[in-house]
Design a binder for this molecule. Structure first.
Ligand code: SF4
Length: 230
């Protein structure tokens, strides 16, 4: 594995853990509101080899509990599983961020106890997925990943960035039905103040907070714990 970014410490990315975050490049989606355009377009300059990362983790074992792996889309890499095995051998907990397009890998990682927490993006109701991601999406893969996580064999959350022009508050009835019975769901406020994959989205204003509160109420009908992340 090659990594294209390392945040040495984070108190917020991995619930309950002091962690670091590793970034991989490449993604099979092209969400216009993506905040990591350099990673997605494989233009990130920084590069860290797996052995450099493992060396860093060895040295930081006394201060860190967890490792988050995000991107880009980490499950595009066949080397992810062997890397996670090495990280586990060092005694770390692992959190994976995924867009849910590789349910087979998600299942294998869970069954082999190589992940402790999975955060899966829910981009939109299924019928809007292609528009939300600017890609042709295998919706069955998305549904399968949702069901795998709902089995609860590892810690997990679902999360949606509430992007005006793509999502309407009414869409959350459909999203709620898809996630019915899930343990945790986070609404993420759309951010337009950083470089986005589609620059036109930088001129779109986020929904006001009261709209997110209204969506939260909708989601509470379907999911045990619903929070807003700003
Ligand atoms: S938001 Fe996530 S899934 Fe979408 S393009 Fe960016 S990295 Fe890929």
């Amino acid at each position: 594995m090659i990594f294209h970014g390392l945040q040495k410490t984070t108190l917020i990315d991995f619930p309950g853990e002091i962690a670091c975050t590793l970034f991989v490049d490449k993604c099979n989606f092209r969400c216009p509101y993506c905040q990591n355009p350099l990673l997605v377009l494989e233009q990130a300059k920084e590069a860290l080899s797996e052995s450099e990362v493992l060396e860093f983790l060895r040295k930081r074992k006394k201060v860190l509990d967890g490792v988050c792996v995000t991107g880009g889309e980490p499950t595009l890499y066949a080397g992810l599983k062997p890397f996670f095995r090495r990280v586990k051998e060092l005694g770390y907990k692992i959190k994976l961020d995924t867009n849910g397009t590789n349910p087979r890998m998600v299942r294998e990682l869970i069954e082999e106890k190589l992940v402790d927490y999975v955060a899966m993006d829910i981009k939109a109701p299924l019928e809007k997925y292609d528009k939300a991601t600017n890609s042709i999406v295998n919706k069955n893969a998305i549904k399968e990943s949702i069901e795998i996580l709902k089995e609860g064999k590892t810690g997990y959350e679902f999360r949606t960035t509430v992007v005006p022009k793509i999502l309407e508050p009414e869409d959350f009835e459909e999203i709620g039905k898809m996630l019915k019975g899930a343990k945790a769901f986070y609404l993420q406020q759309f951010v337009n103040s950083v470089p986005l994959l589609d620059k036109e989205f930088q001129s779109i204003d986020p929904f006001p907070d009261r709209v997110l509160e209204q969506i939260k109420k909708t989601m509470q009908k379907y999911v045990e714990k619903v929070e807003i992340r700003n």
